[in-house]
Design a binder for this molecule. Structure first.
Ligand code: DAH
Length: 338
């Protein structure tokens, strides 16, 4: 038996494994159930006890060498489920490029706006997209059948429930939940039954903001919004306020900034006026404060609301709002390193 083991050890060195077939033959010859190693183990059982120690050692050495030779060759010639083995791989081929995703431009803008207002002490709040009439309209001073409700074409689910037409509904929820002082911004998706065009979509995104405390004034509103646009668009942006009307603010205004595309010279985006409107704002109407359980004798506040699409279009010179929703990667890729 000792001779047999030494023979195997000897032949092992000469045994050439050059393919996966050779490898399989090697396995069958030495390592399978009917292979040489198993036969020897059977034979070993018959060996007289006094010889077991030495022979056992030798058996282990041989078995380890056989297994090592097999493992080494298996590494080279093992096949995968499709029958390919490593030898078929061309290591000089360029690797497949993994395409990394990137943030959506609307997301980039929203994060930027949120970060700026965070610096100014505003926290963030969110509310539901499916909203009842009271939060979307009544609490905000839109009386029933008031023509102001037609300012926004609403998707109704039933008489009471609709898809929110603006994020102003979230300020109502916030005022109901928390006591002043309140300083928060509320981003989210809103829905309107509008014909889809380069300037409008049936859903889009807004950011609402409120600041309520004792003695909050229109000057605070202006200062806050100045600070925001300068951070967002740069120090040389110009700002103007125009009187406007919203049922939930009094007085109300719209804020324009100098057109970022033509720098005020006049272009299609600003309809050759040099100015573009970016948000609505005003002092929160005392009725709204009272509707939400806030003492309007003690507290005043301002509110504003802006469209994220509009800001993104101005910031990155995007001319058609629909490009935000088509998900054409050629468009989206341009924002991958913003
Ligand atoms: N909710 C208005 C809209 O969707 C925007 C707005 C205007 C929000 C004035 C406000 C505000 O908070 O004070 O057109």
């Amino acid at each position: 038996m000792k001779q047999k083991l030494e023979d195997i050890q000897q032949k092992l060195h000469e045994y050439k494994i050059n393919s996966s077939e050779d490898l399989e033959n090697f396995r069958l010859k030495y390592l399978s159930r009917k292979g040489l190693m198993n036969d020897l183990f059977e034979e070993f059982k018959q060996v007289p006890n006094e010889m077991k120690r030495d022979l056992g050692k030798l058996m282990n050495v041989v078995k380890t060498s056989v297994q090592a030779k097999f493992d080494e060759a298996a590494e080279k010639f093992k096949t995968d489920k499709r029958g390919n083995n490593n030898q078929n791989i061309d290591y000089t081929l360029p690797a497949d490029l993994t395409e990394l995703g990137s943030r959506h431009p609307l997301n980039i803008t929203e994060n930027q706006i949120v970060a700026i207002f965070n610096k100014l002490g505003f926290t963030m709040a969110e509310g539901p997209e499916i909203e009842n009439d009271w939060h979307n309209f009544s609490a905000l001073n839109f009386p029933p059948n008031h023509p102001a409700r037609d300012m926004q074409d609403t998707f109704f689910i039933d008489e009471e429930i609709a898809l929110r037409t603006h994020t102003s509904s979230v300020q109502v929820r916030l005022m109901q939940q928390k006591n002043p002082p309140l300083r928060a911004i509320m981003p989210g998706r809103v829905y309107r039954n509008e014909a889809i065009s380069a300037r409008a979509n049936c859903f889009f995104h807004q950011i609402e903001g409120i600041y309520i405390d004792e003695k909050v004034s229109f000057a605070d509103l202006k200062q806050t919004l100045y600070a925001f646009v300068k951070d967002m668009f740069g120090d040389d942006v110009e700002v103007r306020f125009r009187p406007s009307y919203f049922p939930f603010t009094e007085p109300s205004a719209e804020m324009d900034i100098s057109c970022q595309i033509c720098k005020g010279k006049g272009c299609n985006i600003c309809k050759h006026s040099g100015w573009v409107e970016i948000l609505g704002c005003g002092m929160i109407d005392p009725n709204v404060l009272e509707n939400c359980g806030i003492d309007s004798e003690k507290y005043t506040g301002f509110a504003f609301g802006m469209g994220i699409e509009r800001i993104t279009m101005l910031k990155y010179d995007v001319k058609d709002l629909r490009t935000f929703f088509i998900n054409d990667t050629r468009f989206l890729k341009q924002f991958s390193n913003v």
